[in-house]
Design a protein around this ligand. Structure first.
Ligand SMILES: C[S@@+](CC[C@H](N)C(=O)[O-])C[C@H]1O[C@@H](n2cnc3c(N)ncnc32)[C@H](O)[C@@H]1O
Length: 330
């Protein structure tokens, strides 16, 4: 099933095998056999052809390029700057997005590099615009120019963030509760699942010298990049940051799996990611391993956990979030 934006592109016959799709949410690139760059590992893994790219920085260009406009303003600006660096003035850039994605505002204020955007079409609750670069391509695009940081804890770690990463400006309230209630001792191998900026991984690496290895995984290319940078500030002896859909690409067993798991895909509530994660945790725990997660109270994770583990306990509940610990898989 193609996204509304992709259907609009198809209706106006704007995609052929030389088009470059940037940030596509669906299988259009595979169906049209065109170029594509993905920022979400799960989409790349599910829909990509070998020529398609995944990563935080777009390397390709094409004479017709489509940007699926993300709803996060600063992310949209960063992707536009990356495109301004890659494209040449004869290339056409199409912007497509839902009426509520912020595309209208973006099209009105593209910035100095671009000609004013022309509306090409609308329909299916989506809008489609066209623009071109004014002059020779912009000389400079560095991901580092878009990074932000905040200090956390005592001794302070520097949490590095990028546009589009969860809780970009400050520590999330659920994550804060989890950090307050980490066990007194942690040791061995630890996995931070759905790591975002890597705030949990880096805090654990700093607080627990008996932790010998830290893995962190996420589906979002910007989260992976931010987490690598956050971890590099605390320099754990042995660490890796993995692009993974759920735990599918994570190998090995861990003494601790720690998480503030997602329950959204874009703007939609999506419990399937956390449910699949909880089901696959047992194969990734050592015999004495434990899972510790934070969740909104209403999410019903205790029942899911009891289907998989003999020991499930609520460590704390502040009325909004609770911390759950599970061990001894059934
Ligand atoms: C609630 S945030 C937690 C981020 C970070 N651990 C924190 O506490 O700030 C959830 C994270 O899950 C990631 N995510 C969403 N879907 C995923 C999937 N299918 N597999 C792995 N990670 C996913 C998101 O990119 C996001 O970084």
């Amino acid at each position: 099933m193609l996204d509304n934006s992709s259907q609009l592109l198809l209706r106006h016959q704007l995609v052929d095998n030389e088009t470059l799709l940037v940030n596509a949410p669906d299988a259009l690139a595979r169906e049209a056999k065109c170029l594509a760059h993905f920022y979400y590992f799960n989409l790349w893994h599910r829909y990509a052809l070998p020529v398609h790219q995944f990563g935080a920085v777009l390397q390709q260009r094409a004479s017709a390029t489509v940007l699926y406009v993300p709803k996060e303003k600063n992310l949209a600006r960063m992707l536009l700057a990356n495109l301004a660096h890659n494209l040449v003035p004869s290339d056409t850039l199409y912007l497509v997005g839902g009426n509520k994605s912020g595309i209208k505002a973006l099209a009105k204020q593209l910035g100095d590099d671009w000609h004013p955007a022309q509306k090409v079409a609308s329909g299916n609750h989506c809008l489609l615009y066209r623009t071109q670069l004014k002059g020779a391509k912009a000389g400079h695009f560095e991901l580092a120019d878009y990074r932000s940081t905040y200090p956390l804890g005592q001794p302070a770690i520097t949490v590095v963030n990028l546009p589009g990463v969860f809780s970009e400006q400050k520590l999330d309230a659920g994550t804060a509760l989890l950090l307050q209630h980490l066990p007194a001792e942690m040791q061995g191998k630890v996995l931070d699942f759905a790591c975002g900026s890597g705030v949990l991984a880096a805090s654990i690496a700093t607080r627990f010298p008996a932790v010998t290895h830290i893995s962190a995984s996420d589906v979002n290319a910007f989260a992976i990049e931010a987490c690598k940078q956050t971890l590099s500030q605390v320099n754990p002896a042995d660490s890796q940051v993995i692009a993974s859909d759920g735990l599918d690409q994570v190998d090995g067993k861990f003494d601790w799996i720690i998480s503030n798991p997602p329950f959204h895909t874009g703007q939609r509530t999506d419990y399937s990611i956390a449910r699949d994660f909880i089901r696959s945790v047992p194969t990734h725990l050592t015999s004495k391993g434990r899972l510790m997660l934070v969740a909104n109270n209403f999410l019903g994770y205790p029942e899911l956990l009891r289907e998989q583990f003999r020991n499930v306990r609520e460590i704390v509940n502040n009325g909004r979030f609770h911390i759950l610990e599970a061990s001894q898989p059934c």
